[in-house]
Design a binder for this molecule. Structure first.
Ligand code: PFF
Length: 472
């Protein structure tokens, strides 16, 4: 099995695919707005510190566990801890988590597609009506968009790692960069744009409290696609001559760079076209920002570029979000697909069919949990509120479990696989890593404070979300 495992064709291809996974919906709107609201430059600095000191080491752990074992996450855990009953729990979590994230991410991606189609058909103004979003997500059109997305992702994954995932990323990622830069230039040349840049970048240390620190940490972690089994899986397709430390740095740089650059578009757009706004009032949720707030900003651009000009800018933005979402979706569905392929020795197509069809059923259940089906809409209750199936999936698998998965991978790599084996894997393709400061730091941090912090964030989030209390 090892000899025939698929591989990325080029190192750049790997970096684009991993960056494609990392750059998602959160980077484009959620990150800039949260940064601006939570201390501007001070938040950005905090975020950068978390990326450097915590996320890059965890990313290296995931990539090397994947590359060394040449397996999906469950297979990797079994490979390093043969016969153990405890360790495969980490592997199962790293398969179930991406499966469930993919389900709700597919729903958000289909909404993005619906908005893109509406804008390109001239309906930008309709999107700004207060009840548009609620009506749209409960309309039968969502089934068509889900079908289209299933086919798109299915075709990319059918073609495999090199011809599918890598080729898709090589087309979509550079287009995404170009569209993003184009929008930044357009927005920065509008009146009053600099007020937005200032609001985004000027540090306000007084806003930094323990919740902001916790939020920045969680955001950095999920933004880099950690704890989702993705980097273990992509690591298993990596060339042994490639440098894992350098690849991890490049992916982190691309992800953070896109998130930062997106802020140079979103905040100035808000200030320029909605000068009276108090950004502190903006929602924390990427979903409400993208679907209810930003269409209004785009429509307001008609004073400067006319209705069609505004519609073109809005379509470019939604296409950008769509590409970002699609490359993330591809990466996350590949995890259970590779799990079924490895564990069951099934062909790619058979695994894809099993994973894809079951996933579509659960995605449908989530998609109709906004009012169409009452039992799924008021699915459960916790934290003092009624929750839909969609809310439950997000709360458990997106907002809560990732740090636990990160905690498990740190322990697996350092205490089960052992530091010297981990080091050897990282030195493969990067002899300069041996004895470097990064090596010493990574070993120390992954064996001590990183798992402690991740466990703390996990426990705190569980208390917060499900029991309305917290450790801090
Ligand atoms: N970094 C991605 C994001 O910010 O959206 C994380 C991610 C989410 C990856 C969902 C993959 C995915 F399906």
């Amino acid at each position: 099995m090892t000899a025939q495992r698929e591989q990325f064709g080029t190192r750049l291809g790997f970096i684009l695919a991993a960056a494609g996974s990392a750059v998602g919906i959160g980077n484009l709107v959620g990150f800039p707005v949260n940064a601006a609201k939570n201390g501007g430059g001070a938040f950005l600095l905090l975020y950068a510190v978390f990326v450097l000191l915590i996320c890059i080491p965890v990313m290296m752990a995931e990539l090397s566990a994947g590359r060394n074992s040449r397996r999906n996450p469950l297979g990797a855990y079994q490979h390093f801890a043969p016969g153990s009953k405890f360790w495969p729990i980490g592997g199962w979590l790293s398969l179930i988590t991406p499966y469930m994230i993919a389900v709700f991410y597919a729903v958000i991606t289909l909404w993005v597609m619906g908005y893109l189609v509406a804008i390109t058909s001239g309906d930008l103004e309709a999107l700004t009506k207060p009840d548009y979003f609620g009506t749209f997500i409960n309309s039968s059109n969502i089934f068509i968009y889900l079908a289209v997305i299933t086919v798109l992702v299915g075709v990319i994954l059918h073609f495999g790692v090199k011809e599918g995932i890598e080729r898709g990323a090589k087309i979509m990622m550079p287009s995404l960069f170009v569209m993003l830069l184009g929008l930044v230039v357009f927005v920065l040349t509008r009146d009053n744009a600099m007020a937005g840049v200032q609001y985004y970048l000027i540090p306000d240390v007084s806003k930094i409290d323990v919740h902001v620190v916790n939020g920045a940490m969680s955001q950095a972690f999920f933004s880099l696609s950690l704890g989702m089994g993705i980097l273990i899986t992509y690591g298993s397709y990596m060339d042994r001559e490639a440098s894992i430390p350098n690849s991890a740095k490049m992916v982190a740089l691309a992800d953070t760079g896109v998130a930062f650059t997106a802020g140079l578009m979103v905040l100035p757009a808000i200030f320029s076209f909605n000068p009276g706004i108090d950004p502190a009032e903006l929602s924390n949720s990427s979903v409400s920002l993208i679907f209810t707030f930003l269409p209004k900003i785009f429509l307001a651009m008609q004073v400067s570029v006319g209705y069609w000009g505004a519609s073109i800018v809005a379509s470019i933005f939604f296409l950008l979000v769509f590409f970002a979402a699609l490359t993330s979706l591809v990466s996350i569905i590949e995890v259970p697909v590779s799990g079924v392929m490895d564990q069951k020795c099934y062909s790619r197509n058979k695994a894809l069919l099993i994973v894809g069809s079951t996933m579509v059923v659960i995605a449908l259940a989530c998609a109709v949990s906004f009012g169409m089906v009452e039992s799924l809409t008021n699915f459960t209750q916790y934290g003092g509120a009624n929750k839909s199936l969609f809310d439950l999936v997000i709360d458990v698998f997106y907002d809560t479990i990732l740090p636990l998965n990160g905690f498990m991978i740190c322990l697996l790599v350092i205490y089960r696989w052992k530091k010297h084996n981990f080091d050897e894997e990282l030195e493969q393709g990067d002899p300069s890593y041996k004895g470097s400061l990064l090596e010493r730091y990574t070993n120390f941090a992954l064996g001590t404070f990183i798992p402690v912090i991740l466990l703390f964030v996990f426990i705190n989030t569980v208390l917060n979300k499900f029991f309305s209390t917290s450790l801090i």
